[in-house]
Design a protein around this ligand. Structure first.
Ligand code: ZN
Length: 361
């Protein structure tokens, strides 16, 4: 019996998957390639925000995480759109050295000002959330582990734009990421419904593992993140900001083009032994991907590669070659992250292996 969709890499255990009689999942069956609007429309769409600009130094602000999408975005804004951006990097204090180096290098090559905004929301919460999570280690509550990270990139960038009198903000989200909804859906009651279902699912998980809520500071940050989109939208409205994610509707995100820019023009470095340019950003995200794989048997790598297959950018065979080494995160690196988070790595992994002895790793 097949263990994945016949067409992509999603396993038959993937959340809410529906495999038809031909062995094809609903994501492959319903996939329609986007008709991107193109660079001319993008240039037109940013004009109103540029007309409001009060800064003599910058035309726009770019949310810059040091990941491959926002690095390519920064290059695109400078080289193709010919704008003068301020790059804003929200540092959650779990950033590998190689990412810092890439960030500084990129800004130097592109001659872009870099502003690093440090915050400790994640750092102050992670120990509590990891130690609570391991008492009942289920995939539903893995969302707790990076609580505090979102505050950084959801509002800090917009605040810098306001400070500078800039009205145009760029973000690097892609259609590929929109497919990784399983992480949010796991928390929902019956894995379905909207925000309310998510909220009741959250309460259910707190009842099943009350330790997750036994810390006032973390509880406040949880609440802050739950309402962060609301506050962000208020800020956008009040200061008349325009937020553009060009890889959604305007520009087709093509992995080959992106890697050409990263490796040939921006001298990007990737960790030794790494087989592709994705997934080596924030250390907490790496840990979470490891834990999704351990508890579910899949993670974002399956979702990303499946998107590339559907979008005609790779074949299932080629994607399989990338999958294995990408999933294989060295155990020592996971221990290093756990220890850095303030958790006893040995006993954490021991408890995890008791509950999930037969899964990958
Ligand atoms: Zn599929």
């Amino acid at each position: 019996m097949a263990t994945t969709c016949n067409s992509c890499l999603l396993p038959i255990s993937y959340l809410n998957i529906q495999i038809d009689e031909e062995g094809i999942c609903q994501y492959c069956r319903n996939f329609r390639s986007t008709n991107y609007l193109g660079v001319d429309v993008l240039k037109r769409d940013i004009q109103p925000a540029l007309a409001l600009n009060n800064s003599s130094k910058y035309d726009c602000v770019v949310g810059f995480s040091g990941g491959r999408d926002s690095t390519y975005l920064l290059w695109y804004v400078v080289k193709i759109l010919k704008l003068r951006p301020l790059a804003v990097f929200s540092d959650d204090l779990f950033i590998p050295d190689i990412v810092y180096e890439n960030i500084e290098n990129t800004c130097k090559i592109l001659n872009v000002d870099l502003r690093r905004i440090e915050h400790n929301y994640l750092k102050k919460c992670i120990k509590h959330h990891l130690n609570s999570w391991i008492k009942r280690p289920v995939p539903e509550t893995l969302m707790f582990i990076n609580v505090g990270e979102r505050i950084g990139y959801e509002t800090l960038v917009e605040k810098e734009a306001v400070k500078e009198g800039v009205h145009l903000v760029f973000g690097g989200r892609t259609n590929m990421q929109m497919d990784a909804k399983y992480k949010t859906d796991l928390m929902k009651i019956n894995n379905k419904g909207g925000r309310l279902s998510w909220f009741f699912g959250y309460l259910k998980q707190i009842l099943l593992n009350p330790f997750l809520a036994f810390n006032l500071f973390c509880l406040k940050v949880q609440y802050k993140e739950f309402t962060v989109t609301h506050w962000k939208n208020k800020l956008i409205k009040k200061h008349n900001l325009t937020i553009i994610h060009p890889f959604f509707k305007h520009i087709r995100w093509i992995e080959k083009d992106l890697e050409n820019v990263l490796f040939k023009e921006l001298n990007w470095a990737i960790p030794e032994g790494s087989k592709n340019s994705s997934r080596f950003g924030c250390e907490v995200d790496t840990l979470r991907q490891f834990l999704y794989l351990k508890t579910l048997g899949y993670n974002d790598t399956h979702v990303d590669l499946s998107f590339l297959i559907r979008d005609g950018q790779t074949t299932k065979e080629k994607a399989k070659d990338v999958l294995e080494p990408t999933l294989n995160i060295p155990q020592d690196y996971i221990k290093y992250i756990l220890n850095k988070a303030g958790v006893n790595a040995e006993s954490f992994l021991e408890k995890l292996n008791v509950k999930y002895p037969d899964k990958i790793n």
